[in-house]
Design a protein around this ligand. Sequence first.
Ligand code: ADP
Length: 377
Amino acid sequence: MSNTAELSEDLVRSTLATVRTPEGVALSVSPALSGVVVTAGKVYLSINIDPAQARAWEGVRAAAEDAVKAVPGVVSALVTLTAERKMAPPAPAPHAHGHGHGAPAPRGISVPGVASIIAVASGKGGVGKSTTSINLALALRDMGLKVGLLDADIYGPSVPRLSGVAQKPETTADGKTMIPLENFGLQLMSIGFLVEEETPMIWRGPMVMSAISQMLKEVKWGPLDVLVVDMPPGTGDAQLTMAQQVNLAGAVIVSTPQDLALIDARRGVAMFEKVNIPILGVVENMSHFICPHCGGRSDIFGHGGAHAEADKMGVPFLGEIPLNMRIREMSDAGLPIVVSDPQSPQAQAYRHVAEGVKAALDRVTAASKQAPRIVIE
Ligand code: ADP
Protein backbone atom coordinates (compact mmCIF):
# COMPACT_ATOMS: atom_id res chain seq x y z
CA MET A 1 0.00 0.00 0.00
CA SER A 2 1.38 3.37 -0.94
CA ASN A 3 1.31 6.03 1.70
CA THR A 4 1.67 8.72 -0.92
CA ALA A 5 -1.75 7.92 -2.28
CA GLU A 6 -3.29 8.70 1.09
CA LEU A 7 -1.49 11.96 1.60
CA SER A 8 -4.14 14.62 1.60
CA GLU A 9 -4.47 18.23 2.55
CA ASP A 10 -6.71 17.16 5.44
CA LEU A 11 -4.06 14.83 6.80
CA VAL A 12 -1.44 17.55 6.58
CA ARG A 13 -3.73 20.02 8.29
CA SER A 14 -4.56 17.62 11.10
CA THR A 15 -0.85 17.05 11.71
CA LEU A 16 -0.55 20.76 12.39
CA ALA A 17 -2.83 20.39 15.42
CA THR A 18 0.32 19.58 17.40
CA VAL A 19 2.02 22.84 16.45
CA ARG A 20 1.11 25.87 18.53
CA THR A 21 1.11 29.48 17.38
CA PRO A 22 2.76 32.07 19.66
CA GLU A 23 -0.73 32.67 21.11
CA GLY A 24 -1.01 28.98 21.95
CA VAL A 25 -3.60 28.12 19.29
CA ALA A 26 -3.22 24.93 17.28
CA LEU A 27 -1.86 25.88 13.88
CA SER A 28 -4.40 23.57 12.21
CA VAL A 29 -7.21 25.91 13.23
CA SER A 30 -5.32 29.19 13.30
CA PRO A 31 -6.50 31.74 10.74
CA ALA A 32 -2.81 32.37 10.06
CA LEU A 33 -2.58 29.07 8.21
CA SER A 34 -3.36 30.40 4.80
CA GLY A 35 -2.45 27.81 2.26
CA VAL A 36 -1.75 24.09 2.11
CA VAL A 37 -0.81 22.55 -1.20
CA VAL A 38 -0.01 18.87 -1.60
CA THR A 39 1.34 17.54 -4.88
CA ALA A 40 2.98 14.15 -5.38
CA GLY A 41 4.21 13.93 -1.81
CA LYS A 42 5.50 17.50 -1.78
CA VAL A 43 3.86 19.83 0.69
CA TYR A 44 3.89 23.61 0.46
CA LEU A 45 2.42 25.54 3.27
CA SER A 46 2.15 29.23 4.02
CA ILE A 47 1.52 30.98 7.30
CA ASN A 48 0.26 34.51 6.99
CA ILE A 49 1.56 36.75 9.76
CA ASP A 50 2.16 40.31 10.81
CA PRO A 51 5.77 40.95 9.72
CA ALA A 52 6.48 42.56 13.12
CA GLN A 53 5.86 39.12 14.66
CA ALA A 54 8.20 37.25 12.33
CA ARG A 55 10.68 36.38 15.06
CA ALA A 56 8.01 34.82 17.27
CA TRP A 57 6.73 32.79 14.34
CA GLU A 58 10.03 31.39 13.09
CA GLY A 59 9.91 28.56 15.64
CA VAL A 60 6.33 27.78 14.60
CA ARG A 61 7.41 27.65 10.96
CA ALA A 62 10.26 25.25 11.74
CA ALA A 63 8.04 23.08 13.96
CA ALA A 64 5.39 22.93 11.23
CA GLU A 65 8.00 21.86 8.71
CA ASP A 66 9.27 19.12 11.02
CA ALA A 67 5.75 17.92 11.79
CA VAL A 68 4.80 17.72 8.12
CA LYS A 69 8.07 16.00 7.15
CA ALA A 70 7.31 13.30 9.72
CA VAL A 71 4.02 12.39 8.02
CA PRO A 72 4.37 9.09 6.17
CA GLY A 73 4.36 9.70 2.43
CA VAL A 74 5.74 13.23 2.59
CA VAL A 75 8.73 13.58 0.27
CA SER A 76 9.50 17.20 1.06
CA ALA A 77 7.93 20.02 3.00
CA LEU A 78 8.36 23.74 2.57
CA VAL A 79 6.76 26.09 5.05
CA THR A 80 6.99 29.83 4.47
CA LEU A 81 5.98 32.83 6.51
CA THR A 82 4.06 35.27 4.38
CA ALA A 83 2.84 38.75 5.16
CA GLU A 84 0.00 40.83 3.97
CA ARG A 85 1.09 43.79 1.92
CA LYS A 86 0.05 47.04 3.52
CA MET A 87 -2.52 48.65 1.30
CA ALA A 88 -3.61 52.24 1.11
CA PRO A 89 -6.44 52.97 1.41
CA PRO A 90 -7.26 50.08 3.75
CA ALA A 91 -9.48 47.34 2.45
CA PRO A 92 -13.13 48.01 3.29
CA ALA A 93 -14.53 45.81 6.01
CA PRO A 94 -16.59 42.92 4.69
CA HIS A 95 -20.24 43.88 4.60
CA ALA A 96 -23.36 41.92 4.05
CA HIS A 97 -24.45 43.97 1.03
CA GLY A 98 -21.99 43.58 -1.81
CA HIS A 99 -18.36 43.49 -0.83
CA GLY A 100 -15.82 46.04 -1.69
CA HIS A 101 -12.68 45.23 -3.61
CA GLY A 102 -10.07 43.75 -1.38
CA ALA A 103 -12.53 42.33 1.16
CA PRO A 104 -12.44 38.56 1.53
CA ALA A 105 -14.99 36.83 -0.65
CA PRO A 106 -17.85 35.50 1.48
CA ARG A 107 -17.97 31.74 1.50
CA GLY A 108 -21.68 31.43 1.01
CA ILE A 109 -25.04 32.95 1.82
CA SER A 110 -24.60 36.02 3.98
CA VAL A 111 -27.60 37.76 5.42
CA PRO A 112 -28.13 41.48 5.01
CA GLY A 113 -28.12 43.14 8.41
CA VAL A 114 -26.45 40.25 10.21
CA ALA A 115 -22.83 40.78 11.22
CA SER A 116 -21.92 37.19 12.20
CA ILE A 117 -23.67 33.87 11.79
CA ILE A 118 -22.60 31.12 14.16
CA ALA A 119 -23.67 27.50 14.00
CA VAL A 120 -24.41 25.38 17.06
CA ALA A 121 -23.93 21.78 16.02
CA SER A 122 -23.69 18.30 17.45
CA GLY A 123 -22.56 14.98 16.05
CA LYS A 124 -25.88 13.40 17.03
CA GLY A 125 -29.30 14.30 18.36
CA GLY A 126 -30.34 14.56 21.98
CA VAL A 127 -27.15 16.00 23.43
CA GLY A 128 -28.79 19.34 24.22
CA LYS A 129 -27.85 21.34 21.13
CA SER A 130 -31.13 23.27 20.99
CA THR A 131 -31.20 23.97 24.72
CA THR A 132 -27.63 25.25 24.46
CA SER A 133 -28.48 27.35 21.39
CA ILE A 134 -31.27 29.31 23.02
CA ASN A 135 -29.50 29.82 26.34
CA LEU A 136 -26.33 30.86 24.51
CA ALA A 137 -28.35 33.32 22.40
CA LEU A 138 -29.87 34.77 25.58
CA ALA A 139 -26.53 35.02 27.35
CA LEU A 140 -25.08 36.85 24.32
CA ARG A 141 -28.09 39.18 24.45
CA ASP A 142 -27.31 39.86 28.11
CA MET A 143 -23.82 40.91 27.01
CA GLY A 144 -25.46 43.75 25.07
CA LEU A 145 -25.51 42.15 21.64
CA LYS A 146 -28.47 42.10 19.28
CA VAL A 147 -29.13 38.42 18.73
CA GLY A 148 -31.32 36.22 16.56
CA LEU A 149 -31.95 32.49 16.74
CA LEU A 150 -32.62 30.48 13.60
CA ASP A 151 -33.88 26.97 14.17
CA ALA A 152 -32.33 25.14 11.24
CA ASP A 153 -33.02 21.79 12.88
CA ILE A 154 -35.82 21.26 10.44
CA TYR A 155 -36.09 17.55 11.23
CA GLY A 156 -37.13 18.38 14.76
CA PRO A 157 -37.67 22.09 15.23
CA SER A 158 -37.63 22.90 18.93
CA VAL A 159 -37.44 26.70 19.06
CA PRO A 160 -41.25 27.08 19.26
CA ARG A 161 -41.28 24.94 22.41
CA LEU A 162 -38.10 26.40 23.89
CA SER A 163 -39.16 30.01 23.33
CA GLY A 164 -42.82 29.56 24.11
CA VAL A 165 -43.71 31.24 20.81
CA ALA A 166 -46.25 29.61 18.57
CA GLN A 167 -47.81 32.12 16.18
CA LYS A 168 -47.12 32.35 12.46
CA PRO A 169 -44.75 35.07 11.33
CA GLU A 170 -46.19 37.99 9.37
CA THR A 171 -44.90 39.00 6.00
CA THR A 172 -43.80 42.44 4.84
CA ALA A 173 -46.23 44.55 2.80
CA ASP A 174 -44.90 43.23 -0.50
CA GLY A 175 -45.42 39.70 0.78
CA LYS A 176 -41.88 38.69 -0.08
CA THR A 177 -40.21 38.66 3.29
CA MET A 178 -41.19 37.18 6.63
CA ILE A 179 -40.79 39.19 9.79
CA PRO A 180 -39.08 37.17 12.51
CA LEU A 181 -41.02 36.61 15.71
CA GLU A 182 -39.61 38.02 18.91
CA ASN A 183 -39.42 36.91 22.49
CA PHE A 184 -37.02 37.69 25.33
CA GLY A 185 -35.46 40.32 23.03
CA LEU A 186 -34.38 37.65 20.54
CA GLN A 187 -35.45 37.54 16.90
CA LEU A 188 -36.68 34.02 16.23
CA MET A 189 -37.37 31.94 13.15
CA SER A 190 -38.17 28.27 12.90
CA ILE A 191 -39.79 25.99 10.38
CA GLY A 192 -41.92 25.03 13.38
CA PHE A 193 -43.63 28.45 13.11
CA LEU A 194 -44.66 27.68 9.55
CA VAL A 195 -45.96 24.12 9.68
CA GLU A 196 -48.10 22.30 12.21
CA GLU A 197 -46.18 20.25 14.72
CA GLU A 198 -47.92 17.06 13.64
CA THR A 199 -47.13 17.56 9.95
CA PRO A 200 -44.82 14.75 9.03
CA MET A 201 -41.76 16.25 7.42
CA ILE A 202 -39.60 14.16 5.21
CA TRP A 203 -36.75 16.24 4.00
CA ARG A 204 -34.26 15.31 1.40
CA GLY A 205 -30.88 17.01 1.26
CA PRO A 206 -31.68 19.68 -1.35
CA MET A 207 -34.99 20.52 0.32
CA VAL A 208 -33.24 20.98 3.64
CA MET A 209 -30.90 23.50 2.10
CA SER A 210 -33.59 25.40 0.28
CA ALA A 211 -35.71 25.66 3.43
CA ILE A 212 -32.73 26.92 5.38
CA SER A 213 -31.62 29.38 2.73
CA GLN A 214 -35.16 30.73 2.63
CA MET A 215 -35.16 31.21 6.37
CA LEU A 216 -31.88 33.08 6.04
CA LYS A 217 -32.59 35.21 3.00
CA GLU A 218 -36.33 35.70 2.98
CA VAL A 219 -36.60 36.76 6.58
CA LYS A 220 -36.18 40.37 7.56
CA TRP A 221 -33.41 39.77 10.08
CA GLY A 222 -31.57 42.47 11.81
CA PRO A 223 -29.84 44.52 12.41
CA LEU A 224 -28.16 41.77 14.40
CA ASP A 225 -24.69 41.35 15.80
CA VAL A 226 -25.04 37.59 15.95
CA LEU A 227 -27.41 35.08 14.43
CA VAL A 228 -27.21 31.76 16.29
CA VAL A 229 -28.15 28.85 14.02
CA ASP A 230 -29.38 25.69 15.72
CA MET A 231 -28.15 23.16 13.15
CA PRO A 232 -29.74 19.83 12.28
CA PRO A 233 -27.93 17.18 14.38
CA GLY A 234 -25.34 14.96 12.79
CA THR A 235 -22.67 15.24 10.17
CA GLY A 236 -24.41 14.00 7.03
CA ASP A 237 -24.67 15.62 3.63
CA ALA A 238 -27.37 18.10 4.64
CA GLN A 239 -25.22 19.42 7.48
CA LEU A 240 -22.11 19.55 5.33
CA THR A 241 -23.94 21.42 2.56
CA MET A 242 -25.23 23.88 5.06
CA ALA A 243 -21.83 24.42 6.63
CA GLN A 244 -20.50 25.07 3.14
CA GLN A 245 -23.25 27.25 1.77
CA VAL A 246 -23.86 29.59 4.66
CA ASN A 247 -21.28 32.25 5.38
CA LEU A 248 -20.62 31.04 8.90
CA ALA A 249 -18.24 32.99 11.12
CA GLY A 250 -17.69 29.90 13.24
CA ALA A 251 -19.18 26.83 14.87
CA VAL A 252 -19.85 25.71 18.44
CA ILE A 253 -19.95 21.95 19.01
CA VAL A 254 -22.11 20.53 21.79
CA SER A 255 -21.27 17.13 23.23
CA THR A 256 -21.94 15.09 26.34
CA PRO A 257 -18.94 13.62 28.17
CA GLN A 258 -19.71 10.08 27.04
CA ASP A 259 -17.18 8.36 24.82
CA LEU A 260 -19.68 7.65 22.08
CA ALA A 261 -20.93 11.23 21.95
CA LEU A 262 -17.34 12.39 21.81
CA ILE A 263 -16.69 10.36 18.69
CA ASP A 264 -19.62 12.16 17.09
CA ALA A 265 -18.37 15.50 18.36
CA ARG A 266 -15.02 14.81 16.73
CA ARG A 267 -16.83 14.20 13.44
CA GLY A 268 -18.60 17.52 13.91
CA VAL A 269 -15.32 19.35 14.40
CA ALA A 270 -13.82 17.58 11.39
CA MET A 271 -16.80 18.50 9.21
CA PHE A 272 -16.41 22.23 9.86
CA GLU A 273 -12.65 22.10 9.55
CA LYS A 274 -13.04 20.42 6.18
CA VAL A 275 -14.90 23.44 4.88
CA ASN A 276 -12.60 25.87 6.71
CA ILE A 277 -15.13 27.13 9.24
CA PRO A 278 -13.38 28.11 12.47
CA ILE A 279 -14.38 26.09 15.51
CA LEU A 280 -15.28 28.60 18.22
CA GLY A 281 -15.18 25.82 20.76
CA VAL A 282 -16.71 22.74 22.36
CA VAL A 283 -19.34 22.74 25.14
CA GLU A 284 -19.73 19.79 27.49
CA ASN A 285 -23.44 19.45 28.19
CA MET A 286 -24.94 17.19 30.87
CA SER A 287 -21.46 17.37 32.29
CA HIS A 288 -22.18 16.49 35.90
CA PHE A 289 -25.25 16.06 38.06
CA ILE A 290 -26.01 18.32 41.00
CA CYS A 291 -28.51 16.64 43.29
CA PRO A 292 -31.48 18.97 43.79
CA HIS A 293 -31.95 17.59 47.32
CA CYS A 294 -28.51 17.44 48.85
CA GLY A 295 -26.56 19.64 46.41
CA GLY A 296 -24.01 16.83 45.98
CA ARG A 297 -22.30 16.38 42.65
CA SER A 298 -22.13 13.13 40.65
CA ASP A 299 -20.20 12.66 37.45
CA ILE A 300 -22.71 10.34 35.85
CA PHE A 301 -21.09 10.01 32.47
CA GLY A 302 -17.58 10.57 33.75
CA HIS A 303 -16.68 14.21 33.47
CA GLY A 304 -14.12 16.26 31.57
CA GLY A 305 -14.14 14.09 28.44
CA ALA A 306 -15.09 16.94 26.15
CA HIS A 307 -12.44 19.20 27.65
CA ALA A 308 -9.75 16.60 27.09
CA GLU A 309 -11.04 15.97 23.59
CA ALA A 310 -11.08 19.69 22.75
CA ASP A 311 -7.48 19.99 23.93
CA LYS A 312 -6.53 17.01 21.81
CA MET A 313 -8.16 18.54 18.74
CA GLY A 314 -6.59 21.92 19.46
CA VAL A 315 -9.92 23.75 19.71
CA PRO A 316 -11.11 25.95 22.60
CA PHE A 317 -13.10 24.38 25.43
CA LEU A 318 -16.01 26.69 26.25
CA GLY A 319 -17.30 25.21 29.48
CA GLU A 320 -19.52 22.69 31.22
CA ILE A 321 -23.28 22.76 31.61
CA PRO A 322 -24.58 20.55 34.43
CA LEU A 323 -27.21 17.88 33.93
CA ASN A 324 -29.98 19.55 35.80
CA MET A 325 -33.68 19.07 36.20
CA ARG A 326 -34.44 22.80 36.18
CA ILE A 327 -32.75 23.25 32.81
CA ARG A 328 -35.10 20.64 31.37
CA GLU A 329 -38.20 21.86 33.16
CA MET A 330 -37.63 25.49 32.18
CA SER A 331 -36.91 24.47 28.57
CA ASP A 332 -40.13 22.52 28.35
CA ALA A 333 -42.03 25.46 29.83
CA GLY A 334 -40.71 27.83 27.15
CA LEU A 335 -38.73 29.78 29.74
CA PRO A 336 -35.04 29.10 29.22
CA ILE A 337 -33.06 29.17 32.44
CA VAL A 338 -31.01 32.23 31.45
CA VAL A 339 -34.32 34.16 31.39
CA SER A 340 -36.26 32.42 34.15
CA ASP A 341 -33.46 32.25 36.72
CA PRO A 342 -30.65 34.47 35.50
CA GLN A 343 -28.73 34.32 38.80
CA SER A 344 -28.73 30.52 39.04
CA PRO A 345 -25.47 28.59 38.69
CA GLN A 346 -26.95 26.96 35.57
CA ALA A 347 -27.48 30.36 33.93
CA GLN A 348 -23.96 31.33 35.00
CA ALA A 349 -22.64 28.26 33.22
CA TYR A 350 -24.30 29.38 29.97
CA ARG A 351 -22.94 32.90 30.49
CA HIS A 352 -19.45 31.54 30.83
CA VAL A 353 -19.89 29.67 27.55
CA ALA A 354 -21.22 32.84 25.88
CA GLU A 355 -18.17 34.82 26.98
CA GLY A 356 -15.91 32.22 25.42
CA VAL A 357 -17.96 32.26 22.22
CA LYS A 358 -17.81 36.04 22.00
CA ALA A 359 -14.05 36.07 22.57
CA ALA A 360 -13.52 33.39 19.90
CA LEU A 361 -15.82 35.24 17.52
CA ASP A 362 -13.91 38.47 18.02
CA ARG A 363 -10.67 36.63 17.26
CA VAL A 364 -11.90 35.08 14.03
CA THR A 365 -13.62 38.28 12.88
CA ALA A 366 -10.46 40.31 13.43
CA ALA A 367 -8.47 37.71 11.52
CA SER A 368 -10.87 37.61 8.57
CA LYS A 369 -10.95 41.40 8.28
CA GLN A 370 -7.30 41.38 7.37
CA ALA A 371 -7.99 40.48 3.78
CA PRO A 372 -5.25 38.10 2.78
CA ARG A 373 -3.20 39.75 0.09
CA ILE A 374 -0.45 37.24 0.38
CA VAL A 375 3.05 38.06 -0.69
CA ILE A 376 5.79 35.51 -0.39
CA GLU A 377 8.83 37.39 0.88
P1 ADP B 1 -30.85 18.31 20.82
O1 ADP B 1 -31.16 19.66 20.26
O2 ADP B 1 -29.38 18.01 20.86
O3 ADP B 1 -31.63 17.20 20.23
P2 ADP B 1 -32.29 19.22 23.17
O4 ADP B 1 -31.69 20.56 23.45
O5 ADP B 1 -33.63 19.17 22.52
O6 ADP B 1 -31.25 18.34 22.37
O7 ADP B 1 -32.28 18.41 24.54
C1 ADP B 1 -32.77 17.10 24.64
C2 ADP B 1 -33.46 16.95 26.00
O8 ADP B 1 -32.50 17.10 27.04
C3 ADP B 1 -34.51 18.01 26.26
O9 ADP B 1 -35.57 17.44 26.97
C4 ADP B 1 -33.80 19.03 27.13
O10 ADP B 1 -34.68 19.73 27.99
C5 ADP B 1 -32.85 18.17 27.92
N1 ADP B 1 -31.61 18.83 28.30
C6 ADP B 1 -30.72 19.48 27.50
N2 ADP B 1 -29.67 19.96 28.21
C7 ADP B 1 -29.91 19.60 29.51
C8 ADP B 1 -29.21 19.79 30.75
N3 ADP B 1 -28.04 20.40 30.80
N4 ADP B 1 -29.79 19.30 31.86
C9 ADP B 1 -30.97 18.63 31.82
N5 ADP B 1 -31.68 18.42 30.71
C10 ADP B 1 -31.15 18.89 29.55
